[in-house]
Structure formats: structure tokens, C-alpha cells
Design a protein around this ligand. Structure first.
Ligand code: NAI
Length: 297
């Protein structure tokens, strides 16, 4: 008996990296998995069907059930084709993991319109289109679970990723709102925030010093299985970070929060009062950073 027996789950960008690990784990727990991947480059060019096919074969070789979908999830036709693959092959939709992603890193001053638009298209529009299509299918039955993928780049910022950071911060807000709107249909919407060694991160500054096995893409898979499963029936609108490897794993909720602040009981605060109370208005702690995902002794 698997934890996900009888469920049909779609994973976008499941041909490589985090999505591949998540799809394999979902398949091992008995889910019928739709493995979506366009098979493009890290920067969003090209396509190759083999990338999704190989993961489908891996799931089958491990005794699971899977079907491939090769569509670009940043397009309306692509999102519809993803859901259609699930419905036509397996008859229903219970889960969606919005994971597909690309990067086109540049600073604000050097960012081109194409670099900006393509990153929004894959991350923000792809999450919207796939979630909407999946939620429409889930609403007609007893609900389901959607998992989005955000990033510390969006929650805390990362130099040179202004297009990606905007999309990932947007996915945080999208998750909160979709959870409010879809909860009434029994559809839960949560997000994960990974940090893992994949082709996307391999060349980032700082990554070269971290042993690959300490930040494995496999660390996220058990959290994704949990959020798709009925074990998390009461969990909705949460953003959960996860990083792990041979030296252990950290799993932690991430949320926007407020400082104690300055409150004036009568009337409008003046500029001088704001200046006088700036220590209460601002946090005295540093902003959220990668440290939140690090193991502490
Ligand atoms: P990856 O590059 O290894 O895998 C991403 C997959 O998405 C690729 O196989 C690619 O072909 C596919 N893809 C890209 N655009 C697509 C499209 N339009 N339609 C269908 N498939 C498409 O990257 P990784 O690291 O596994 O990233 C997965 C997700 O996790 C992304 O959303 C990324 O932004 C996010 N993330 C990753 C972090 C990390 O540490 N690796 C940290 C924070 C977030």
C-alpha cells in the first residue's frame, strides 16, 4: 500500500532536478504520475522529448505508473494539454506540482524585455495557467492538492535575479490567495521553497563550495509527497522551505511577518514621530536569508 494509491499527480518540469526527484517519489508512493517537461535549456530555449520520457521509464522500472507530457506550461495550450494527458490517460486529477523553471539572470540595469518576459511566462504565468486548469478539474470531484515552487530569491532577494525574484515572490502571494479561494472546494494550495544542487544552481556563486550531497534535490521529495497526501489534509496556504542531504535535513515554514511597530492612539503620525520611532517600526533582526534553511547544531 502506498500513501498515494489511487491519486493522479502532474509534475511540471519533472524531467530534471527537483521535479524528477519529486515525480519518482510520488510514483513510489503509488501515484499515477504525469511527467511534464519541455526539455529545454536552463535559459528556456529548445525542447527535447527524451527528458520527460526517461523519467517516465524510471518510474515504470520501479514498478510505478506514469505518462509523459512535453508541453510548454507557460502557454494556455500547454497547460490544457497537461491536464488532458492526466484525464485521458488516468481519468482524474488529484495533484499538481508547479515546478518547471528557467533562469535568465541579469541585473536590473542590464535586463532585456525578453529576459524579463520569458521568466515571468514560465514561472508566474505557468503557475497560473496550470493551477487554473487543474483546479477546474479538481472542483468537479472531491478536491485536490496544488504545490507551487517559490525561492529564497523571491522571499529575500538574490543579486542578479530581479526577473526571477519577482516571479517567485509573486508565487508566494499567488499561493496565499489561491488557498483562500479554492479551500471551499477542498483544493489545498501550498508552496515549497527549495535549495538544492541542480543544473539551475550548480554555477551560482557560493554553490561550488558546498558539497553536492549536502543539498540533494531528493530532500524535497518527501515534503512534496506529504503535501499531496491526505496526511496534510488540514494544511493550506503554507510556504515550507526544505534543504537536506547526507548531513541532515531542515524543513521550516516561511512567512511574511511584522515588526512590533509604532502605534499612535490619536490621529495621524507626523514625519517627526516616524523618525523618532524608527527603531520600533523597523525590525532589529536581519531579513530572511539562506540561513533559514541551514542546519544549526
Ligand atoms: P532544473 O533546470 O534542473 O529543472 C527544471 C526543469 O523545468 C527542466 O527539466 C526544464 O526543461 C523544465 N522546464 C523549463 N521550462 C519549462 C516549460 N516552459 N515547460 C515545461 N518544462 C519546463 O531546475 P531545478 O533546480 O530542478 O528547479 C525546479 C524548480 O525549483 C524551479 O521552479 C526553480 O526555480 C525552483 N527552485 C530551485 C532551487 C534550487 O536550489 N535548485 C531553489 C529555489 C527554487
Amino acid at each position: 500500500m502506498g500513501l498515494l494509491d489511487g491519486k493522479v499527480v502532474m509534475v511540471t518540469g519533472a524531467g530534471r532536478g527537483l521535479g524528477r526527484s519529486e515525480a519518482l517519489a510520488l510514483g513510489k508512493e503509488g501515484a499515477k504520475v504525469v511527467v511534464n517537461d519541455l526539455g529545454g535549456s536552463l535559459h528556456g530555449s529548445g525542447s527535447e522529448a527524451m527528458v520527460a520520457d526517461e523519467v517516465v521509464q524510471e518510474i515504470k522500472d520501479a514498478g510505478g505508473t506514469a505518462a509523459a507530457n512535453y508541453s510548454d506550461i507557460g502557454t494556455l495550450d500547454g497547460a490544457d494539454s497537461l491536464i488532458w494527458t492526466a484525464l485521458s490517460k488516468f481519468g482524474q486529477v488529484d495533484g499538481l506540482v508547479n515546478n518547471a523553471g528557467i533562469i535568465r539572470d541579469k541585473t536590473l540595469l542590464n535586463m532585456t524585455e525578453d529576459d524579463w518576459d520569458l521568466v515571468q511566462k514560465v514561472h508566474a504565468k505557468g503557475t497560473f495557467l496550470c493551477s487554473r486548469a487543474a483546479a477546474r478539474a479538481m472542483r468537479t470531484k472531491d478536491g485536490g492538492s496544488i504545490i507551487n515552487t517559490t525561492s529564497m530569491s523571491g522571499l529575500a532577494g538574490n543579486f542578479g535575479q530581479i526577473n526571477y525574484g519577482l516571479a517567485k515572490a509573486g508565487i508566494y502571494g499567488f499561493t496565499k490567495i489561491a488557498a483562500m479561494e479554492l479551500g471551499r472546494y477542498g483544493i489545498r494550495v501550498n508552496a515549497v521553497c527549495p535549495n538544492a544542487y541542480t543544473r539551475m544552481t550548480a554555477d551560482l556563486p557560493g554553490m561550488k563550495d558546498v558539497p553536492e550531497e549536502m543539498i540533494s534535490p531528493d530532500a524535497m521529495a518527501p515534503l512534496v509527497v506529504y503535501l499531496i497526501s491526505d496526511l496534510s489534509k488540514e494544511i493550506n496556504g503554507r510556504v515550507i522551505g526544505c534543504q537536506g542531504g547526507v548531513r541532515g535535513t531542515k524543513v521550516v515554514e516561511m512567512k511574511m511577518t511584522a515588526a512590533p511597530g509604532y502605534a499612535k492612539k490619536d490621529g495621524l503620525a507626523t514625519t517627526e514621530e516616524i523618525a523618532e520611532n524608527i527603531d520600533k517600526i523597523l525590525f532589529d533582526q536581519p531579513d530572511l536569508n539562506m540561513g533559514a534553511l541551514m542546519m544549526t547544531d
